[in-house]
Design a protein around this ligand. Sequence first.
Ligand SMILES: NC(=O)C1=CN([C@@H]2O[C@H](COP(=O)(O)OP(=O)(O)OC[C@H]3O[C@@H](n4cnc5c(N)ncnc54)[C@H](OP(=O)(O)O)[C@@H]3O)[C@@H](O)[C@H]2O)C=CC1
Ligand SMILES: CC(C)(CO)C(=O)C(=O)O
Length: 304
Amino acid sequence: MHIAVIGAGALGAYYGGRFQEAGAKVTFLVREKRAAQIKEKGLQLKSKLGDYEIKNPAITTRAEDIVDPDVVLLSVKGYHLPGTMKSLQTLANNGAYILPVLNGLEHIGMLQEAVGKDKVLGGLCFIIATLNENGHVVHSSKFHRLLYGALEPTQTNICQRLDELTKHANMESLHCDDIMLELWKKYMFITAFSGITTAVNLPIGPIRENKETFRVAEIILDEMKQLANQSGSEVTKKDVEDAKNGLLALDAEATSSMHQDRRKGLTLEVDHLQGGALRLAKARGVEIPYTDAVHGMIKPFENA
Ligand SMILES: NC(=O)C1=CN([C@@H]2O[C@H](COP(=O)(O)OP(=O)(O)OC[C@H]3O[C@@H](n4cnc5c(N)ncnc54)[C@H](OP(=O)(O)O)[C@@H]3O)[C@@H](O)[C@H]2O)C=CC1
Ligand SMILES: CC(C)(CO)C(=O)C(=O)O
């Protein structure tokens, strides 16, 4: 299987590396600066679950150069999505399916519009990873789960081919029958987790110690459940409870990637995540006032 990775950042380089380690052909489609860094420093994964060095990584800056791609692992930040559309169209026209692993949900419709519904799979990840000063991946969580699944019946075959690959790969992978439900559950979780940690500029521990603060996250979970239900996804009360228990089970110093980005003064996915939820809520006539308030609080930190 030939996997093209767009966005050789934390997730792209990590999962791209794991696919290559499992025997896939992997090509990284990168921009000039990242291409130069990879040429100079190479591409390594540093992980308690197994280090890996991608020897002679195949990189290109032109989608046209990627021959016979089967799947595109799309792992850019939400605000970089528009800049990838032309490349995605080229790769989809050359036969590839797009497997986006961004947080959020709005990108699914955007991608389907750009390359056609049949070409867009559903995907998401549970992992904590970042790039260090050499552009190598530092994977710091004990988990590295990749969920994927068909959004259209025509995608069964490509998902089965992914099953074959992922079963040999050093990652936890799950082929989901209802990937849209999983996308909504993650969207619910991340909207609350990234919202509260970024708004109060604290990891989860001190947030939990102040029940008034933790309550804000709990209410956002409820609001996102309602939004999911009104959007046709059967997120249940138990899913909300599981998400809350997930927040309670995290190490005290654990925090969201958005909060880590706030600490580093990087651009944040506020518009893609909380902003996207507000746009959907407006379209569906759902009230999500706590999400709205937290969106307002984190907005000043959105742009680097
Ligand atoms: N990191 C994590 O632990 C987790 C992240 N996520 C989600 O995954 C998504 C990706 O996050 P993450 O991997 O951390 O992000 P990173 O910022 O580490 O990586 C994104 C990469 O995309 C590249 N990029 C942007 N535009 C283009 C383009 N047009 N062509 C080629 N490359 C491009 C950037 O390259 P350049 O160097 O050129 O800017 C950058 O290296 C986000 O939606 C995030 O919320 C989900 C779970 C966990
Ligand atoms: C919650 C977590 C770490 C899970 O992957 C995440 O997606 C993020 O912080 O962006």
